[in-house]
Design a protein around this ligand. Structure first.
Ligand SMILES: *Cc1c(COP(=O)(O)O)cnc(C)c1O
Length: 457
């Protein structure tokens, strides 16, 4: 267990964090390490440095240091849009008639429209500091690609984005924002990489998946001198950067003289939730305070609620290290009618370990219920939420209604990770009554999990 450093000291006088908090430092049982597929051995810095920036590798592998100082350039950038607001949803409470207090931490108040910018700026900064020419990445719904494009243009780095083909076609404006910030955007699977050609040959006409796009981005980074790959979720380093969400929320609750009874967040790869809960989970791990923590995932991509806790590939092309995580299998592709984001087949290994230790819970929700919650929220609170964020809204509303039924007061905090202005095709389907729910059968999941790699632990 690390030396306890008061969270107050993590923030500057301007209430913008000066340090990131690494909750792994307070975990007795650490998350399982990444593994090199060829040798079955834990990844070392030397294994990872050809793919990732050096400083980010150091952050990735450090399970013991609680506090990481945020470089001045990154902090200056954060100051443009941080601290982000912690808002009490008075109108939603009133509409629901609940005795619960509902708070949300809003991360959509920057041009990229989501929390992803918190990590994008850090990753771009370290790439620049290392003297690199550029970075490659994948993007699904487009928020990560947008955030990274902004961060790269700020630091003068080249940015190559592989965008999942169905999103590339469904979200032309997202693509155009990225290009406006100078990024090169390629639909994935493409014919510009070996792995893309292979996937196209095996699955003609495929609309792509995050797993494919990751493989293409990694291959491109490794083949081009002066490039590294960056990832917007799942990894420990990303959860570390996102800890500023939780640190600010923790400080705001302290000012209010309150503490959440339950924290709710949507979970794709786990970065916003991992960041939001970080200081609260730290208190839980150190036995200082307790609150419930709930991850919300789509019923169409249910890694926590229906997956296995096992080593799996992070990408379809199987060129990345293996991670131990809750997964529904690297080849799993959610139904094309799924439009709520959160499509990654696995989950952060840190959150997976915490979930396995029963330090957090998980629920899955159907997309029509998610959009119903999004519309309800938009009409009373004003903000048009991202579909991803609306998973958390759904669960927060359900929790508040439960409080009402049981006549119970409770303080609920949920992460409102972003805005949904680029998701209006999905809103349109919902508003027209054309949106369908899609869930994998047990057989679909069983077949997908049969292909998990065999790893001796
Ligand atoms: C990417 C994204 C998510 C999901 O990713 P996590 O890593 O699980 O946080 C949630 N909300 C928004 C708005 C996103 O852009």
């Amino acid at each position: 267990m690390s030396k306890i450093i008061p969270y107050k000291t993590y923030l500057g006088e301007d209430e913008v964090p000066k340090f990131w908090y690494n909750m792994r430092a307070d975990m007795k049982k650490k998350p399982a390490p990444l593994i090199v597929p060829a040798t079955g051995k834990p990844c070392t810095a030397e294994d990872l440095e050809p793919v990732f920036c050096k400083e980010l590798v150091r952050q990735e592998l450090d399970n013991d240091t609680a506090q990481f100082e945020i470089p001045r350039e990154i902090r200056d950038f954060y100051r443009m849009f941080r601290p982000s607001p912690l808002v009490r949803a008075y109108f939603l409470e009133k509409a629901l008639g609940t005795p619960a207090k509902i708070y949300y931490k809003f991360e959509g108040n920057n041009t990229s429209g989501s929390h992803k910018l918190n990590s994008a700026v850090a990753q771009a900064y370290y790439a620049k500091a290392q003297g690199l020419k550029g970075v490659t990445t994948e993007t699904g719904a487009g928020q990560w690609g947008t955030a990274l494009s902004m961060a790269c243009s700020f630091f003068g780095l080249d940015c190559k984005v592989f965008m999942v083909k169905c999103s590339y076609e469904q979200k032309p404006f997202r693509r155009e924002v990225m290009r406006t910030y100078g990024a090169e955007v390629t639909p994935s699977p493409s014919m510009t990489t070996e792995v893309g050609k292979l996937i196209n040959a095996e699955h003609p006409g495929t609309t792509g998946s995050l797993g494919c796009a990751i493989s293409e981005a990694v291959e491109t980074a490794v083949k081009n001198p002066g490039y590294r790959y960056v990832l917007g979720s799942v990894l420990n380093q990303v959860l570390l950067h996102q800890s500023i969400i939780g640190l600010e929320a923790h400080a705001a609750f302290e000012k209010l003289g309150e503490y959440p009874d339950v924290i709710i967040g949507c979970a794709g790869g786990g970065s916003n939730l991992g960041g939001l809960i970080a200081p609260f989970m730290g208190e839980k791990l150190r036995g200082e305070r307790d609150c419930r923590i709930v991850a919300v995932e789509p019923a169409s991509c249910p890694s926590f609620t229906r997956g296995a806790y096992a080593y799996d590939y992070c990408d379809t092309g199987r060129i990345c290290p293996l991670a131990k995580m809750y997964t529904i299998g690297a080849d799993y592709i959610p139904s094309p009618s799924h439009s709520g984001g959160l499509r990654f087949h696995g989950m952060s290994s840190t959150l997976s370990e915490l979930y396995d230790q029963k330090l957090m819970e998980a629920v899955s929700v159907k997309q029509t219920d998610v959009f119903a919650a999004a519309v309800q929220f938009a009409r009373v609170e004003g903000i048009l939420p991202a579909p991803e964020s609306s998973h958390a809204i759904r669960a927060a509303i359900d929790e508040a209604l439960k409080c009402k039924a049981e006549g119970r007061e409770e303080t609920i905090l949920f992460g409102l990770t972003g805005t949904g202005y680029f998701d209006l095709i999905a809103y349109q389907a919902f508003n027209d009554g054309r949106m369908e729910d899609c869930e994998p059968t047990d057989e679909d999941i069983r077949i997908s999990l049969e292909k998990l790699p065999k790893v001796k632990e």
